[in-house]
Design a protein around this ligand. Sequence first.
Ligand code: HEM
Length: 468
Amino acid sequence: MQCPVAHDTRPKLLASSPALLVRYPEETLILGSAQAYTDDGLGFYQRCERLAGMVQTRFLWKPAYIVTDPAAIEDVLVNHPRSFRKPYILQRLKILFGDGLLTSDGEVWQQHRRLVQPAFGSERTEAFVEAVRWNAEDMIARWRQGEVRNVYPELIDLCMKNIAHTMFGTYDEELGRIVRALAATSHLLVKGVFDVIRPMPFRFRRELRLRVESELADLARYLDRLIKLRQRQPARDDFFGLLLARGLSRQTILDESVTMLLAGHETTASSLVWSLYLLARHPEIADELAFDLQSALGGEAPTYAELGRLSSLRATLDESLRLYPPTHRIARTIASPVWVGGHHLPAGADVIMPQWAVHRSPRWYNEPESFLPSRWTTSFRKALPRFAYFPFSGGPRTCVGYQLAWSEAAVILALLTQRFRFSLFDSEPLVPYEGLTLLPASGKLRLRLQRRQGSAQQPRITTIAAVQ
Ligand code: HEM
């Protein structure tokens, strides 16, 4: 497919070395930047990005660096990962995730990462894609021509089912209820922990702590029953099977399970919610994608083998993950003094790397706020600095579910785009909420569904680039 639309989408300036380091100019005496961050975190990150590749500040007394320079991010994630540990905020969330993969560090993290890695290999992903197709068809079977649906909770449920089927070999309403409750509680915990202006010493409210305990106990009881059931069956090499084969403690099984169930569904659902929102706002791009996919797939979901060939689908997803990265910032605490971006940083400070601001930087992207899947040509990808785009992070702590997540989102998006044309029911723009993942603050994405007839019409213009 040719790309006649005249967007100059080459990545812009090359990363400078060392990165420019400045002090955030609008700190207040006691709070530092805490108020600016609390008022509008996403705007704060973008202001920092515009100021310099590294911005030094403090939240109350806690020193922090907002790092948006790609080479400096590479220093943190790839070149010196041993000089960092997971940040204070994730340490607080151990109340929920315990010593699971997301929150643990050092030896414990290394052992568990090695243990679960085989559950994410390409053979498992192939089986996963089949489960995703089946569950997605089941969801769509309830969708009717012309109706308006809030697709947000449906996508959340769909992704939860997909993960449960693949990682635990089961899904039922009881597990759904437990995970939904834990996800709602995780939002409250994140809200509490991100409130930079909070009473000291920090402690979650008693009711919240009791709520976490009781919901984790529900999950633990469910897992106990599942363990008994699985012990009567032939051994399997899915995620839960790997945990069982090692004879891990009940607590470790619980920590790793709650981590996978929560980290593995809301993120992918977020990527789908924002993709559908963007496509509904840009029907010409949706039409072209539908035409492309119908020509290749005839209205059906792609198989795992077909996924690699669907360049317009890949470009659309990459562009959506650029504008609305489900994990919109990652952070580390400096464990030992370290060089980042050509500067020597002290132990104890936090380093925050906001994908939200880097992905929207005019330094790397022309028309950075526009939805332009056509920018993702092969030459653009090659020229882009490695950490100017990092929705799944990078280095040893890169997302373990990356392959699964990408395949899942691609299969569901391919199916939905071919079957329906979506338009927005609400006129107000969807505002992102800064939780653990980036989700619509309203909790709603209401779409009007129009069934596409047979094969889609040939679109009038071509906006999605061929990957040469
Ligand atoms: C579009 C979907 C997803 C996105 C954008 C995403 C993004 C990320 C990012 C940025 C990190 C690194 C966090 C950091 O460095 O602090 C991460 C880690 C992680 N992700 Fe994902 N993720 C997605 C889907 C999934 C899925 C489907 C699973 C599981 C099935 C998963 C499980 C995890 C786990 C366990 C970690 C911690 C890995 C470690 O530290 O070793 N994620 N994810």
